[in-house]
Design a protein around this ligand. Structure first.
Ligand code: TXA
Ligand code: MG
Length: 320
C-alpha cells in the first residue's frame, strides 16, 4: 500500500468513510484515526499499531454537543474543565453508553473522550457522521509522532493516508482525568498541567503509574522507547557509570561540558517547559537516528509540563 501525505481533508474523509485508518494531526501528537462506531475499523487500529487489546482508545469529537449520544451524564466539574481547556490537550473518562463498543474501552465502563485543537482535524471531524477513535500514531511501545514524517517512518505502507498538519504545537499527549467521589483523578500527566487543573478544582489525586493500574492500562513500562538505550535523570551520575565518546544528550536549558556540543539537544535555551514539551519527542526521534551508543536525558524541573516530560522520559528509559 502506498501511503499518501497530503493536506487534503476530503481525501482523509474518503478513506475514513470507507472504514480505513488514517493518521491525523492534533496539537499533542499525531493520531491513528478510524470510525469509532465500526468494530472492524477499531480492530484495524489495534492491528496496525500492534497494540494489545487491553489498552483502550480515546474517541475524538469536534464539539461537546456531539458526545450526548455516546456518554451518560457529564459531571458539572467536567463541563467546567471542558469550558476552560477544550478544545485542547485534556481527555475525560466518562461512563459510556452502549453504542460505544467494548473494543474501544477494552471492556471498561468508561470511555475516554477528547476535543483536539488542530484546525485541519476540527474541520475533518465536522464533516464526518461519526466520531473517530485514535491512539497515538506510533507502533506500540515506540516514541509518539509529532510530525507527518515521524508517522511515515513507522507506518509507511501500513496506512493509506497521513493528513499533513505540520509539527504538533503541544508535542506531548493529553492529560487524562476522571471524576470519582468528589475527587478529580489524573490518570496520565500530559499537555494540561496539574497546576492549571488545580486552579479550577483543588481536590485532585494523581494515580501513580509505576504499577499497571487496572483502570489505566496504557501506562505500561515499555512506552515511548527509543531503539537506542536511553538513561534518565542525573547526567553526572550516569556518566560516572558509563563511558563512551558517542553519547547523545537531551537537556532542558543548558549544555553539559562532558558531552560533545553537537550531540546535545537543548530543548529550551530560554527555560520554557512548554517549549521543551513541544520538542521532546522530536529530539528523541532525531537522536535515535544518529547511531549513538546510548542517549542520556536529564531530569526536568518537576512542575508545569516538566512533570509530563519526566514521566515520558522515565518510561522511555532502561534504568527505571
Ligand atoms: O493526546 C492524546 O491523547 C493522543 C492524541 C492522538 O489524541 N492520543 C493518545 O492515545 O495518546 P494513546 O492511545 O496513545 O493513549 C491513550 C491512553 C491509553 O493508553 C489508556 O491508558 C488511556 O488513554 N485510556 C483510553 N481509554 C481509557 C479508558 N476507557 N479508561 C482508562 N484509560 C483509558
Ligand atoms: Mg500512545
Amino acid at each position: 500500500m502506498k501511503t499518501i501525505i497530503s493536506t487534503d481533508i476530503e481525501q482523509a474523509k474518503y478513506f475514513l468513510d470507507k472504514g480505513e485508518v488514517v493518521a491525523i494531526p492534533t496539537e499533542t501528537v499525531y493520531g491513528l484515526a478510524g470510525n469509532a462506531l465500526s468494530d472492524s475499523t477499531l480492530l484495524k487500529i489495534y492491528k496496525t499499531k500492534n497494540r494489545p487489546s487491553f489498552d483502550p482508545l480515546i474517541v475524538h469529537f469536534d464539539s461537546i454537543y456531539k458526545t450526548e449520544k455516546f456518554v451518560q451524564s457529564i459531571p458539572e466539574i467536567i463541563k467546567k474543565l471542558a469550558e476552560r481547556f477544550s478544545p485542547g490537550p485534556l481527555t475525560y473518562l466518562l461512563n459510556k453508553r452502549k453504542i460505544i463498543s467494548d473494543i474501544v474501552t477494552s471492556g471498561l465502563p468508561k470511555v475516554a473522550i477528547r476535543f483536539p485543537n488542530h484546525p485541519l482535524t476540527i474541520k475533518l471531524l465536522s464533516t464526518l457522521d461519526f466520531p473517530v477513535a485514535a491512539p497515538s500514531a506510533n507502533l506500540f511501545g515506540k516514541v509518539s509522532p509529532t510530525s507527518p514524517q515521524h508517522v511515515y517512518e513507522q507506518l509507511n505502507g501500513k496506512i493509506p493516508f497521513i493528513l499533513d498538519g505540520g509539527k504538533c504545537n503541544v508535542g506531548i499527549e493529553s492529560t487524562i482525568v476522571s471524576w470519582e467521589k468528589d475527587n478529580l483523578i489524573i490518570h496520565r500527566l500530559g499537555g494540561v498541567s496539574v497546576e492549571d487543573i488545580i486552579t479550577l478544582y483543588p481536590k485532585i489525586k494523581i494515580i501513580s503509574n509505576k504499577n499497571q493500574e487496572p483502570d489505566s492500562p496504557g501506562q505500561l513500562k515499555s512506552h515511548y522507547a527509543t531503539k537506542t538505550p536511553l538513561f534518565f535523570d542525573n547526567v553526572e551520575e550516569i556518566l560516572l557509570k558509563r563511558k563512551s565518546k558517542n553519547i547523545g544528550l537531551i537537556a532542558f536549558n543548558k549544555k553539559h561540558t562532558a558531552i560533545k556540543s553537537e550531540n546535545q539537544c537543548i530543548l529550551s535555551p530560554e527555560g520554557s517547559l512548554d517549549e521543551a514539551a513541544k520538542k521532546l519527542f522530536h529530539s528523541m526521534h532525531e537522536l535515535d537516528e544518529r547511531g549513538f551508543d546510548f542517549i542520556i536525558a536529564e531530569k526536568f524541573p518537576d512542575n508545569g509540563l516538566g512533570r509530563a516530560i519526566n514521566d515520558r522520559l522515565k518510561k522511555a528509559s532502561v534504568n527505571f
